[in-house]
Design a protein around this ligand. Structure first.
Ligand code: C2E
Ligand code: MG
Ligand code: MG
Ligand code: MG
Length: 291
């Protein structure tokens, strides 16, 4: 799978389409205990502002290290967690851990907002907004230090509930982004109905913008549409200087990708922020000049 490429550090346990039911069952069994066995952790990937080179926010991305399986990709286990009813407990853990981390960074005078992935399935019980409000109060975190990325990893059975939760979150000042924009089940309908702050253009659209005029025009159209509606655009999966140069020309607002930084643990990220992030201001101008 394309998403798996470019990761050089860990060997991934990967599910194939013809996986046996046994392996799924086994994975489900191991996932049941992952939380209490402390096998889950969050990694962070910066979102780089293309106008200033600054990092205003990071995305939290869940990681599962199992002693038997090694590292399992969230692309494999999040859909499974949704299917077997574990997404609520895992999702709550992700939310609370992200809020805690965000608060810790505030206390260190690091002005970062953490974006949390929330799957459509999590909205079905209708408790996400209340949970977020409770966590912000508990950790005394202001809403601009947390944002939500709505992923469409599952078919939206209850769009109404999702919409009302998104509206509540937006009212209390939480920014909402649509993730993987363009690949989803009803992307334009989201744009039409939801109070969105950001669109994240799926990396599959970014992948070929250098070679494909068609893809480039499509991304430009997404950017123009979003800007007309006062929505910011983030490009996902930016890996090369050539891609960055084009995105700068197109007026894209932010970028995320291996070109800047892979998802890494919080401590490593703090170090990256100190050591490397200044280099991105020059990286951006370098790409602008001769990407
Ligand atoms: P996503 O939210 O769209 O996250 C972006 C994915 O692209 C991440 O994969 C990230 O590691 C990867 N990525 C970042 N930069 C690059 C790049 O330059 N090139 C390439 N090829 N890939 C890049 P990851 O971490 O494996 O996560 C996969 C998906 O799993 C996420 O896609 C998200 O939908 C889901 N996910 C991850 N963490 C959570 C979570 O805490 N909760 C929920 N509900 N879903 C999550
Ligand atoms: Mg995301
Ligand atoms: Mg995405
Ligand atoms: Mg994705």
């Amino acid at each position: 799978q394309a998403k798996e490429q470019g990761r050089n550090t860990v060997h991934y346990y990967s599910l194939t389409l013809n996986q046996s039911c046994m392996s799924r069952l086994k994975l489900a069994g191991l996932l049941q205990n992952a939380l209490e066995n402390n096998e889950l952790t969050l990694y962070y990937q910066p979102k780089v502002c293309l106008k200033t080179g600054n990092v205003k926010g990071v995305e939290s991305l869940i990681r599962w290290f199992n002693p038997e399986l090694g590292q399992v990709s969230p692309a494999d286990f999040i859909p499974l967690a949704e299917d077997i009813g574990l997404i609520d407990s895992i999702g709550s853990w992700v939310l609370e851990s992200s809020v805690k981390q965000s608060k810790a960074w505030q206390d260190q005078q690091l002005n970062l907002s953490i974006a949390v992935n929330v799957s459509a399935r999590q909205f079905q019980r209708g408790e996400v907004a209340a949970k977020v409000v409770g966590l912000l109060e508990q950790y005394r975190l202001s809403p601009d230090h947390l944002s939500i990325e709505l992923t469409e990893t599952s078919f939206m059975h209850n769009a109404e509930k999702t919409l009302s939760a998104i509206k509540q979150l937006s009212l209390i000042g939480i920014n909402v982004a649509i993730d993987d924009f363009g690949t989803g089940y009803s992307s334009l309908n989201y744009v039409r109905t939801m109070p969105l702050s950001q669109l994240k253009v799926d990396l599959s659209f970014i992948k070929n913008i250098v070679e494909s005029v068609r893809d480039r025009k499509l991304v430009q159209a997404i950017i123009d549409m979003a800007h007309a509606l006062d929505i910011e655009v983030i490009a996902e999966g930016v890996e090369t200087c050539e891609q960055l140069k084009l995105l700068l020309e197109m007026g894209c607002d932010q970028a995320q990708g291996y070109l800047f930084c892979q998802p890494i643990p919080a401590g490593q990220f703090e170090k990256w922020l100190q050591d490397v992030s200044q280099a991105h201001i020059s990286l951006i101008s370098h790409c602008q000049l001769d990407g």
